[in-house]
Design a protein around this ligand. Structure first.
Ligand code: AKB
Length: 316
């Protein structure tokens, strides 16, 4: 049975990944950590929670050792738009946290997962069906930290034999915890606003395509990759994964099938628009499909139906 430590557990992915991992590996075998002091909330979720600042290498090591962890899932990071506002903080947190987590994994011989992103690509990358191995010259600090992270994970595997694995996530859409500070966040906000106000002001231009994925598919991707046969993992760090490519207008049309009076206007934010334009329109997940059986269950229409239903229940 695995003993897993998750950093950034209160974020968009962690909030759903921790309960899912606990349902598979047992409550006491999954230690949720985050910089926030929210022990009470997490204890009510019947599993261990510890506050952890990932920039503190010694605390991370001590926690992993005392819980006899054999797997680290490192999620703590700043997202693209926030990182652009404070690039030095983003570099220090994203890279400092990652290297501390990798060092701990090396010392304690842990399996290791951390997500990369479509943000690891840049304007020189082929825009359509972006291949697994291609030009990566991102122009954002988030992207710079993600490419560096991919390389660092490769290095720890090749040099020290750490079993590092990772995916390049597209925009992730979920109804449990909101994302914070990403470029693709519009694809989550739009559902909340549609249900609460019947109106959404979108900061990304109408015809800008980016890859997206529903959270259940993202969680399955992490679990399948971590359970995957190591002998088959050629591109072990940072597999392209995606469910569909969409523009804001596609979301509007899908939502209007359920809420015909829903209105959408555009107030483009130049910073986030520039980030979006530097990313691919669509990426090619063939390597993930072939090497560990990646597949996504939710397309835009299935996702929209589920999001509106779940959020509708939440808002009563
Ligand atoms: C962001 O928009 O920053 C993230 C991502 C695609 O990595 N959702």
């Amino acid at each position: 049975m695995k003993r897993i430590l998750v950093t950034g557990a209160l974020g968009q992915i962690g909030s759903e990944l921790v309960p899912k991992l606990r349902s598979i590996y047992g409550n006491s075998n999954v230690i949720a950590t985050d910089i926030k002091q929210e022990k009470q909330y997490w204890q009510s979720q019947s599993g261990p929670y510890e506050s952890l600042d990932v920039s503190n290498a010694q605390s991370m090591y001590n926690l992993c050792k005392s819980f006899q962890v054999d797997t680290i899932i490192h999620l703590a990071a700043l997202l693209s738009a926030t990182a652009e506002k404070n690039p030095l903080l983003a570099w220090n947190l994203n890279m400092g946290g990652l290297v501390n987590a990798l060092e701990t994994a090396k010392e304690l011989k842990c399996q290791f997962f951390t997500p990369s992103s479509i943000g690891a690509f840049g304007p020189l990358t082929p825009k359509e069906k972006t291949p697994q191995v291609t030009i990566q010259r991102p122009t954002t600090m988030y992207g710079v930290s993600k490419v560096s992270g991919e390389l660092l994970c490769d290095y720890y595997y090749l040099k020290f034999g750490v079993d590092t694995r990772g995916v390049r996530f597209p925009g992730l859409i979920s109804y449990v915890a909101p994302p914070g500070g990403g470029t693709t966040d519009y694809a989550v906000e739009i559902y909340y606003e549609a249900l609460q106000r019947n109106n959404y002001s979108c900061y990304i231009a109408a015809n800008t395509y980016m890859d997206m994925m529903y959270m259940p598919d993202a969680l399955n991707a992490i679990i399948h990759l971590m359970e995957g046969d190591p002998a088959k993992l050629i591109h072990r760090n940072a597999y392209n994964v995606t469910a569909f490519s969409a523009q804001p207008e596609d979301f509007r049309r899908e939502i209007q099938k359920y809420l015909p009076n829903f209105k959408m206007e555009y107030k483009v934010d130049p910073i986030r628009q520039a980030i979006a334009e530097s990313w691919p329109n669509s990426i090619d997940p063939t390597a993930a499909e072939q090497e560990w059986g990646f597949s996504a269950n939710y397309n835009l229409s299935k996702l929209t139906q589920d999001m509106l239903e779940r959020l509708g229940q939440k808002f009563g």
